[in-house]
Design a protein around this ligand. Structure first.
Ligand code: BES
Ligand code: MN
Ligand code: ZN
Length: 488
């Protein structure tokens, strides 16, 4: 497991700066006015910071950007990272500054001289989030991240603000690890085991095995994993930090590998389908964050864990299966499997918990990548209030989210000749017909959001808070949604 870097908050100690090893980060505002720490570094380096602040290079930087001065005279440190930042940065800017520091520090330890700079806890959050590297399977090449020490005026106050943020970062890393882990290691059983491990941090975890899923009538979910040697499972994580109110439910698609089944995917790029459990990964990471920061809310996370493989026993195109709800489904394309998994888990969640709100997450359609690229997840909802709450939370966290439509005309495209519905619409509006399919398993006026995260769960270029690869998109937004609207 990848652990976030250790962060400590300490009093400003100007006299230690000359002897500090590793790297030192200092902040300079646009007007070049140096604070106490920057002044001290400037004096020790015989004016280097001032020269930099007056340079063209500095003038061309944006707020939150940083540059590195290597092997500075007068310091033991290997480099000084100069960050351009106003003294009272926004959350966005503070995190951006932290990300800039993380990129330049590499694995070295760093002392961040934040003094009286505002939102030092968010700067630390940026450093931690960007400092992710998955090297569990690199035998000779593992990154040992150096410590992050933040010098601030009131370390105890800043630390108190940082604690919940670092819990969230831990959840984000948990999600990124799950998304990155290859499918021969992260089998359905291994995934469930990692969730059961979280009982140690106070979650109640239950795993439903195939015989129970059959008894429940989850023919839709079960038909997806039918061709795989890995058993299908539904894992349930409960966090009961609130009173006796009904919980909020988070539901995730956990296809540990998606070959497409008998409707086999092309070979090129198929390895990317190790991330097809991304929805379940975000649910797990969010539950972890809520537990670690002891959220005062009731939240239940449910994930459908299956593997979509072709075999002599696999579901065929044309097969008709019966969902837990009782509706029958004609499986036209075995590669439209995520919705088959979610249908039964959504139904189970509502029957069992009568949740106040329900959000499902899934790497559901390639079409959402065509529509929104890698900048925004697709947001589909039957409830303007819940949807508004989510979009606001996502905006505050800098995680892209864009609302998409639902309407009867799209639902009509799911009509089947032999069953209650078929599992695909057609080429047109592929992400919306997938959403319509899910909505058939949402009861009456149950407030619900479907998040299609196929474009944002894992990205081949670096993103705002993550190096290339798994992003953990959604953990921060969902955590904030709960914190802002469902916590006592
Ligand atoms: N897991 C895929 C969607 C996906 C594609 C996720 C690319 C991440 C990146 C999903 O199960 C799938 O195969 N969807 C099909 C649906 C189609 C058969 C209607 C798709 O998008 O092509
Ligand atoms: Mn598929
Ligand atoms: Zn899939």
């Amino acid at each position: 497991m990848t652990s976030p870097a250790a962060v400590s908050f300490v009093d400003v100690a100007l006299d230690q700066l000359a002897e500090t090893t590793g790297k030192i980060a200092v902040f300079v505002p646009e007007n070049g006015q140096l604070g106490l720490s920057a002044k001290r570094i400037n004096r020790l380096t015989r004016g280097a910071i001032k020269r930099f602040a007056e340079s063209d290079m500095f003038a061309k930087m944006s707020d939150g950007d940083a540059r590195e001065m290597h092997m500075p005279t007068g310091l033991v440190a290997d480099s000084v990272i100069v960050v351009r930042l106003p003294r009272r940065p926004s959350v966005d800017l503070a995190r951006k500054a932290g990300v800039s520091i993380a990129k330049l520090r590499g694995a070295a330890s760093v002392v961040v001289t934040a003094g009286s700079i505002g939102r030092a806890e968010e700067i630390a959050m940026g450093v931690v989030l960007r400092g992710y590297s998955f090297d569990d399977h690199k035998t000779n090449d593992s990154t040992d991240l150096g410590a992050v020490t933040v010098m601030v005026a009131k370390p105890a106050d800043v630390e108190a603000k940082a604690m919940p943020l670092l819990a969230i970062a831990d959840g984000v890393f948990f999600t990124r690890d799950l998304v990155t882990e290859p499918a021969n290691i992260l089998t359905t059983t291994e995934f469930a085991n990692r969730l059961v491990e979280m009982e140690k941090i106070g979650l109640k975890v239950k795993v439903l095995e195939e015989p129970e899923l059959e008894k429940l009538g989850m023919g839709s979910l079960l038909c997806v994993g039918q061709g795989s040697d890995s058993p299908s499972k539904v894992a349930i994580m409960e966090w009961n930090g609130g009173g006796d109110e009904a919980p909020f439910a988070l539901v995730g698609k956990g296809v540990v590998f998606d070959t497409g089944g008998i409707s086999l995917k092309p070979a090129a790029g198929m390895e990317d389908m190790t991330m097809d459990m991304g929805g379940a990964g975000v649910v797990a990471g969010t539950m972890r964050a809520l537990a670690l920061r002891k959220a005062k809310a009731n939240v239940v996370g449910l994930v459908g864990l299956v593997e979509n493989m072709p075999s002599g026993n696999a579901t065929r195109p044309g097969d008709v299966v019966t969902s837990m709800k009782g509706d029958t489904i004609e499986v036209i394309n075995t590669d439209a499997e995520g919705r088959l998994v979610l249908a039964d888990v959504l139904w189970y969640a509502q029957e069992t918990y009568k949740p106040v709100g329900m959000i499902n997450l899934a790497t559901l359609t390639g079409a959402i990548i065509i529509g929104l690229g890698h900048e925004n997840a697709g947001v589909f909802s039957n409830d303007d209030k819940l949807c508004g709450q989510f979009l606001k939370a996502a905006d505050a966290e800098g995680e892209g989210a864009w609302r998409m439509p639902l309407a009867k005309a799209y639902d009509d495209l799911l009509k089947s000749n032999v069953a209650d519905m078929k599992n695909i619409g057609g080429r047109a509006a592929g992400s919306i017909t997938a959403g319509q399919f899910l909505q058939r398993f949402v009861q009456g006026d149950q407030p619900w959001i479907h998040l299609d995260i196929a474009g944002v769960a894992s990205v081949k270029a670096e993103t705002a808070y993550a190096p290339k690869g798994a992003t953990g998109w959604g953990v921060m937004s969902l955590n904030r949604l709960i914190a802002d609207n469902y916590e006592a």
